[in-house]
Design a protein. Structure first.
Length: 344
């Protein structure tokens, strides 16, 4: 099997990363662990950043090659990534979010590379880790934080748009764009990235805008190509009017995600039989565990009990006051008056 060392992972490492875990700020240490996991898995690493950032961070990560994005924008545009990838001449490349750790189990990195050569794109899902408990959250992430792909298709993407890494929905736009350019989508059955949860850095207005832009792209494609018409005829989009966006953003988002998963071919975590199958199933179980929902239910029940106890205490106090009211004699205030004429 081909060596994954021939693959370069492209990313954009922030000048300063803040990550809390168990009440401790790990920041740069967490970032270094993520980068080390990529290198240990056999990948080369290129980070694309504004020139003013590179001078401050390249000494932190000597094993990373830094490239000037040619812009002062904090977030690097996807078209800059794809331009650098095309110029590299590599047949297979990857893009990954900087704050994700690769689980290279059972030679998964080499297997992904082999799949990527099959005229395909392999999106990589993450396993979210709660920053307080340091346990998997149990909430399945339907988006993607990394991709390995056959580079021949990036030149066939018709509309690059204004997408940037870290922006809402860029991770769905990219596999959709590759699919419409002719690539296969191969979806790994289990997550192979670890991601420490953090506050989201975008607003819901930006989220809604990007969903609508992606829908517009799909509708425009459907109107001019047979493959696009077939796209809107799939059972996920059955009943959707190509001339109008659905009114609810959630409806658009669900349709796009569902279509992506329906159009993908599932690939096994390992080809090593029972041992590999076991580990893949463990990761899938952690990805969709019930611990988070059970914890939420427990917190809800605890809050409800607390509120009931407080309401009961208020009722008891009210009853005591009402029982004592009849025995209380209201007395008029004592008022003394003096004649103004007697004042001196």
């Amino acid at each position: 099997m081909a060596d994954s060392q021939s693959i370069t992972l492209y990313t954009s490492i922030p000048p300063k990363l803040y990550r809390m875990a168990g009440g401790i700020e790990y920041g740069d240490a967490y970032q270094k662990e993520c980068i080390n996991s990529w290198i240990s898995a056999g990948f080369r690493v290129v980070s694309i950043n504004p020139k003013k950032e590179i001078a401050n961070i390249e000494s932190k990560y000597p094993q990373v090659r830094f490239v000037d994005s040619g812009s002062e924008d904090v977030r690097t545009k996807i078209q800059v990534f794809l331009r650098n990838i095309a110029a590299s001449g590599e047949s297979v490349s990857g893009i990954i979010n900087a704050d994700c750790y690769i689980l290279d189990c059972h030679g998964i990195a080499n297997r992904i590379r082999a799949w990527s050569q099959l005229e395909s794109i392999v999106p990589l899902r993450r396993l979210d880790i709660d920053r307080v408990t340091l346990r998997p959250t149990g909430r399945k992430c339907l988006g993607f934080d990394g991709f390995l792909f056959d580079t021949r298709f990036i030149s066939r993407i018709e509309e690059l748009g204004d997408w940037t890494i870290g922006m809402p929905w860029w991770d769905c736009w990219f596999p959709v764009a590759m699919k419409l350019a002719g690539a296969r989508i191969l979806m790994l059955e289990a997550p192979v990235l670890l991601h420490l949860e953090h506050e989201q850095r975008w607003g819901f207005d930006e989220h809604d805008t990007r969903v609508a832009l992606l829908w517009d792209l799909l509708v425009a494609h459907s109107e001019k190509t047979p493959s696009g018409e077939k796209f809107l005829q799939t059972r996920v989009f059955c009943g959707a009017d190509p001339s109008n966006k659905p009114r609810q953003v959630g409806q658009i988002a669900n349709r796009i995600i569902s279509w992506l998963y329906l159009q993908s071919e599932t690939i096994r975590f390992s080809n090593e039989g029972v041992p590999g199958d076991f580990l893949g199933r463990v990761l899938m179980g952690l990805e969709e565990s019930q611990e988070a929902s059970l914890r939420h239910q427990l917190e809800t029940v605890t809050l409800a009990r607390w509120l009931r106890s407080k309401r009961a205490a208020v009722r008891q106090l009210g009853d005591r006051i009402r029982t004592r009211l009849p025995s209380l004699k209201m007395q008029s205030p004592r008022v003394e008056s003096r004649s103004m004429g007697n004042e001196r």
